[in-house]
Design a protein around this ligand. Structure first.
Ligand SMILES: [Zn+2]
Length: 189
């Protein structure tokens, strides 16, 4: 039996999140340790679109999680947990999260999918994402406090490190000294 058939049977041919029967498809739950049906949810077109596009989420649609968060299927609970976290600023999703119960291993799986969203994103002056090990160029003369020198505009800084608790700061070596640099004064090379 194909994965799709397995899920269709499990779900009774409807979206395991909202119950719709339109545009049913397989949603593979990210950050799963297993694969196959245990790591997938049968979802409708509306749920699938919103699961794949965090900028295009209609919070009211997800009131359906009020029911589906009690599913017997771990993968469904994981998706519900993540979506409720994404929407918790609305208030009611936080109330549902407070009621939700996940076994430890299921909770770890659910939380594994949250880490990326909470991580800070460092961007250069053009909004380009910076990663550890990247090279940048200074776009402004920077007086290095305590260093006794000015890092000139145009100075390349190789192999940068990200300051993990501050998305506006990176670290890199200039003149043999490791200095903190504001990302807004850098351009990725
Ligand atoms: Zn749905």
């Amino acid at each position: 039996m194909s994965l799709e058939q397995t899920l269709a049977t499990r779900s009774g041919d409807k979206c395991e999140l909202c119950g719709s029967t339109d545009g049913l498809t397989v949603y593979e739950v990210p950050n799963s340790l297993t694969d196959g049906a245990d790591a997938a949810v049968f979802v409708c077109g509306t749920c699938n679109t919103q699961l794949n596009d965090a900028d295009n989420v209609d919070a009211n649609h997800w009131r359906c999680l009020n029911d589906s968060m009690w599913s017997e299927v771990d993968a469904v609970k994981v998706v519900a947990f993540r979506m409720l976290n994404q929407l918790k600023g609305e208030g009611w999703p936080q109330d549902l999260l407070d009621m939700m119960y996940l076994e430890d291993d299921v909770k770890a799986w659910a939380e594994a999918g949250l880490a990326d969203e909470n991580a800070l994103v460092h961007r250069d002056s053009n909004g380009v994402v910076l990663e550890a090990g990247d090279s940048v160029v200074l776009i402004k003369d920077l007086k290095v406090a305590g260093g006794g020198f000015t890092a000139k505009r145009g100075t390349p800084v190789r192999n940068i490190r990200l300051v993990l608790d501050n998305e506006a700061h990176i670290e890199g070596k200039v003149n043999g000294q490791t200095i903190v640099i504001l990302t807004e004064f850098t351009k990725k090379n």
